[in-house]
Design a protein around this ligand. Structure first.
Ligand code: UTP
Length: 407
């Protein structure tokens, strides 16, 4: 794209302001800025001011395996899961491309040290959990780590400096997710600096497309990986490539599975796994009617009670089928650092605009079926979003200690 083409395009969209200072840029900066402009997904802009949630379908309770059944069928599930892991059929995807703004930590979130008497990093907690499975299966689980262009180098360096926390580095591959531009509340593009659009990672829903773009399909094929277990960086207690979860999903002939924790209070803020028009779907707490959140089953327990914890298992075959389907784009309010018209850098303390994101939970709705696999939140759910309070470093430390982890 030439400068003239960029000006014409931007002006036709009411975005001419981003070209200010263009003539002062170096040739290389000009080229990369024009490439950024060329890559803008203008369709996303139609969401601004039209953010009404799309109509939802008819909800029903999804197929689930609860704790009591898991305990009763433990040996059967574990054997099936371990067999798949031993054959190299199970890979893990660590979603670590997020900005972790709520934690307010400069390095990638996984580099945060939750230890108190010794170093214990979030990445290390996750690798320790995965190593338990590796030991049991006597086989390494291929681990694919999604980063963003903002934190890729820092993440790779951190793993290298810490010798992959004892993991076999031949089984670890990194890939970078896509970025999306950010706008203010009037839909005007923000600049990170003159000659550079403010961009941020495009959400956690584009991970499979980004993995393919990075050329990692050949690695998946060469290793014979048939299942991918996707998980978030911030839950330090989660079990990754859990043989029981893998085994239950395979034996039930499902194409996907979700680890869920039980919701006990109608007002609890969690996304719930449901069936929506007969297909698996996740309903956010703010999308749910009072009637739905309070509905009770015959035994008096909540009817919709399977809270998702961002730990999903997908069949690779199914992922290949859906990867080219359009995904819903979500518009999210965020704090976006930018330079103002006078060239001053601004770091907002309150949200000041929108980012456009794809979400992994929408992939669940693209699956033919999905198993809700219940886990005990005291053993498997300690997310770190904030420094203090709910879902924080403090609450995660407490849960880690309860689970015997020395901090
Ligand atoms: P969060 O929803 O907590 O988002 O991500 P975040 O950006 O990390 O944190 P805040 O909202 O700014 O505080 C849930 C999981 O999805 C990953 C995160 O790294 C985390 O594992 N994620 C999120 C990505 O990999 N890419 C993204 O673009 C967004």
């Amino acid at each position: 794209m030439t400068k003239e083409q960029a000006i014409e395009l931007l002006e036709s969209r009411g975005q001419g302001h981003v070209m200010r200072g263009f003539d002062n840029l170096s040739e290389a900066q000009k080229e990369s800025f024009l490439a950024q402009i060329d890559n803008i997904n203008w369709a996303d802009f139609e969401l601004i001011g039209n953010d009404s949630a799309s109509a939802r379908g008819e909800f029903a309770v999804p197929p689930a395996i609860e704790l009591s059944e898991i305990a009763a069928r433990k040996d059967e599930f574990e054997a099936a899961g371990l067999e798949a892991i031993k054959k190299g059929e199970v890979g893990a995807i660590l979603l670590a491309g997020g900005m972790g703004t709520r934690l307010g930590f400069d390095l990638p979130k996984g580099c945060y040290n939750v230890g108190q008497t010794h170093d214990l990093y979030i990445f290390e907690c996750l690798i320790n959990n995965l190593l338990e499975v590796v030991k049991k299966a006597d086989a390494f689980v291929p681990l694919y780590i999604m980063t963003s262009e903002k934190n890729d180098k820092a993440t790779r360096d951190f793993f290298a400096e810490h010798d992959y926390f004892g993991y076999n580095s031949e089984y670890v591959k990194f890939f970078i997710q896509d970025m999306a531009c950010a706008v203010d509340y009037d839909g005007k593009l923000l600049l990170e600096e003159e000659g550079r659009l403010a961009t941020s990672p495009n959400g956690n829903g584009g991970w499979y497309a980004s993995l393919l773009k990075a050329g990692l399909k050949s690695d998946i094929q060469a290793r014979g990986v048939k299942w991918l277990n996707v998980f978030a960086v911030d839950n330090v207690l989660q079990r990754i490539a859990d043989p029981l979860f893998v085994g239950a999903t395979i034996l039930g002939n499902y194409v996907s599975g979700s680890k869920v924790v039980r919701k006990v209070e109608p007002a609890e803020k969690m996304g719930l796994l449901c069936l929506e028009d007969g297909k698996p779907g996740i309903v956010e707490y703010y999308e749910m009617s009072k009637e739905m959140s309070e509905a009770r089953a015959a035994d008096g327990s909540l009817l919709y009670k399977y809270g998702v914890i961002l730990n999903y298992l997908f069949s690779v075959e199914k992922l290949d089928e859906i990867v080219d389907n359009n995904m819903v784009v979500h518009i999210v309010e965020k704090k976006i650092p930018y330079v103002d018209a006078a060239g001053n850098k601004v770091s907002p303390t309150e949200p000041n605009g929108y980012k456009f994101e794809l979400l992994v939970l929408d992939m669940i709705h693209m699956m033919d079926n999905n198993l809700a696999f219940e886990v005990d939140r005291n053993y498997e759910f300690a997310p770190i979003k904030n420094l203090h309070g709910v879902d924080s470093v403090d609450s995660a430390r407490e849960l880690l200690e309860k689970n015997g982890v020395v901090l």
